[in-house]
Design a protein around this ligand. Structure first.
Ligand code: 4AD
Ligand code: MG
Length: 473
């Protein structure tokens, strides 16, 4: 590598040694004889100050270059690393020479010093990582991904890559993006004629895969195949949902972490989820202290205290039936009136976590009608061994369950939901041969990032968000 990162320079001894720094200019400030240039390379929150002293002499070349130094310009600076007389920084660079690598003209560069709205920055998502907020989010995203792998690798889980293109709908919600190489204009033309002749409009045998295919909504079904061979596995990859939800917590493309564990039941699944969330929060607090301080001060005051409390307190655990009873006590508080059998709305989830329990809540044993086919049936025949982890300020962070391991019960469930067991032959084989109890869950990575950064919109915690009518960059 050609460069030393500014994060490493800032913690070095200011012993006067020669140093070269590279980065982008945040600000340039001039007094009569002194010029201060703040340079940031994104390796950490802080910038380094480069100081030029005209009393000590500046070369004609550097003087000429200084005229081209504006916010956003890229520079190479040579000088010595010295103690900084300014407060808030231990070291600075006493400049010997400064070279502008690339100008950023003040009249056209969109990121000037003033604070821009997140809405505006979304429109220039290719440049927004150069702001304090988005650089901090990007570093946090990377750290959280690292923490995910550490958590599972330290506990004997194998990382499994599940396919992005599939022919099954794991969640059964029908919210899938179709993958096809058929010429849609031709399909429309010829399909209309076929339908008029009483034939199917689309001949999928002519499509790339010979049948309808889609982008995966979840890697779970394939993860189960590896869990019933390697015992403990996890996936971590992109998932896609064509939900037409224009909310601050939904994306059409988001990343999900899905652990799947053989021999685990619902209670161990809850323990794992709780331990996992606490691990991630602790990691953010301990390893990302500088960025967390920024989020706490500028994005969501009190964030650090909140996360510390969550990382150390037990999550509440209640059944769906208990949750509904709790909500019914206060029906008037809700736009959507709760009743047994209803799908919980975000207002209900927030009420439970923020008003009743004041901490994360794991809700279990939901009515089978509102959950997916693979969840294990309870003896009551009405509820399934599902669990959702709800957190204050956000709602659902995790969804999971114990899986139905009984071949007959699972086949009956698939049929009952109008699905064809033949399409799930390989999934049913896991129950046909050496079936075991097993359980898992999915954590939405961007929801986690919303939670740890205190950011308000999920479109601001992924580099290039995909949502209805939004696929730029
Ligand atoms: O609750 P979900 O739909 O569960 C599953 O997909 C299961 N197959 C997981 C499993 O048991 N292995 O989704 C899991 C999580 C949600 O709790 C939420 O955090 C996130 O994924 N999520 C979304 N995040 C962003 N945008 C969306 N459209 C999301 N839909 C779900
Ligand atoms: Mg869910």
């Amino acid at each position: 590598m050609k460069t030393i990162l500014i994060k490493d320079i800032l913690v070095s001894k200011p012993d006067g040694r020669a140093i070269t720094i590279y980065g982008w200019v945040r600000t340039k400030r001039e007094t009569k004889n002194l010029v201060f240039v703040q340079v940031n390379d994104g390796s950490c929150f802080a910038s380094i100050q480069a100081t030029l002293d005209r009393d000590k002499g500046i070369s004609a070349e550097t003087e000429a270059e200084l005229k081209r130094v504006t916010t956003g310009a890229s520079v190479m600076i040579e000088g010595s690393l010295v103690p900084s007389p300014a407060s808030g920084q231990a070291v600075e660079v006493e400049v010997r020479s400064l070279t502008v690598l690339g100008e950023a003209p003040a009249d056209t560069y969109p990121l000037q010093k003033k604070n821009h709205s997140f809405e505006f920055l979304r429109e220039i998502a290719h440049l927004r990582a150069r702001t304090n907020t988005f650089a901090a989010v990007a570093r946090m995203r990377s750290q959280m991904a690292y923490a995910v792998h550490v958590f599972f690798q330290e506990r004997g889980f194998a990382y499994v890559h599940t396919p992005i293109i599939t022919a099954s709908d794991c969640e059964g919600a029908g919210e899938m993006f179709q993958v096809t190489t058929l010429d849609l204009e031709r399909v429309a033309r010829d399909g209309a004629q076929a339908i008029a002749r009483g034939e199917p409009g689309v001949d999928f045998s002519k499509d790339f895969f010979g049948k309808p295919a889609n982008l995966t909504v979840s890697g779970q079904l394939e993860a189960e195949t590896y869990a019933t061979a390697l015992s403990r596995v996890y996936t971590f990859g992109p998932t896609f949902r064509a939900e037409n939800s224009n909310t601050t917590r939904h994306l059409a493309e988001f990343w999900m972490i899905e652990p799947e564990v053989a021999f685990n039941r619902l209670s161990e699944n809850m323990d794992l989820a709780e331990e996992f969330v606490k691990h991630l929060l602790t990691w953010a607090l301990e390893r990302c202290a500088e960025d967390m301080k920024f989020f706490d001060e500028r994005i969501q005051p009190g964030l650090i205290e909140t996360l510390k409390a969550v990382a150390s307190a037990d999550f509440a655990r209640i059944t769906y039936t208990e949750a509904v009873a709790e909500l019914e006590k206060n029906k008037d508080a809700f736009e959507f009136k709760p009743f047994w059998g209803c799908d919980m709305q975000s207002e209900h989830e927030r009420y439970l976590t923020e008003k009743v329990y004041k901490r994360p809540v794991i809700v279990t044993d939901y009515p089978k009608e509102i959950k997916a086919f693979y969840m294990k049936m309870n003896p009551d025949g009405k509820t399934v061994r599902a669990m959702d982890v709800l957190v204050p300020g956000l709602g659902e962070l995790i969804g999971g369950s114990e899986r139905e391991e009984d071949l007959e019960v699972l086949t009956a469930r698939i049929t009952e939901l109008g699905l064809d067991p033949a399409d799930y032959w390989w999934y049913l084989d896991l129950r046909r041969f050496g079936t075991v109890p097993h359980a898992g869950f999915g954590l939405g990575f961007e929801r986690l990032l919303l939670y740890v950064t205190g950011m308000g919109n999920i479109r601001d915690v992924i580099p290039f968000p995909r949502a209805p009518k939004l696929a730029d960059f």
